[in-house]
Ligand binder design. Structure first.
Ligand SMILES: [Zn+2]
Ligand SMILES: [Zn+2]
Length: 121
């Protein structure tokens, strides 16, 4: 009797699939917060667009470190430099249960690219 029920189990774990989707980046851009731990070290924190686990993604980018001096120098000749974004490839790093996950990996397999605007200061 219950075998004919077509509704998926709400708490069945998502299988690990290496997958991306345009909506992941859009979702992450809205939901993730950026915290600056130190100059040049950012942490992106938010829910995975696919499995919704809360994840932290540290970003150590030379762009942020160098933008200060380079930006000051470039400003006179190239005012757009300060507004340039930085495309950061991200992937889910959750510790949740995802069947079919390769040994030694974390996350649900979702990946996307988040564009980070350079901090204004
Ligand atoms: Zn997950
Ligand atoms: Zn995930």
């Amino acid at each position: 009797m219950t075998a004919s029920n077509p509704a998926p189990e709400p708490d069945a774990p998502l299988p690990y699939i290496g997958i991306t989707d345009d909506t992941y980046a859009v979702y992450a851009a809205k939901s993730f917060t950026v915290t600056e731990l130190a100059r040049g070290t950012l942490v992106l924190r938010g829910p995975c667009p696919r499995c919704h686990a809360l994840i932290d993604i540290p970003v150590v980018s030379s762009i942020f470190r160098s933008s200060r001096s380079a930006g000051d120098r470039l400003r006179a000749g190239a005012p757009k430099a300060a507004e340039a974004g930085h495309d950061e490839p991200m992937m889910c790093t959750c510790e949740d249960e995802h069947p079919d996950r390769p040994e030694g990996r974390s996350g649900c397999g979702a990946y996307w690219i988040l564009t980070i605007s350079s901090p204004p200061r």
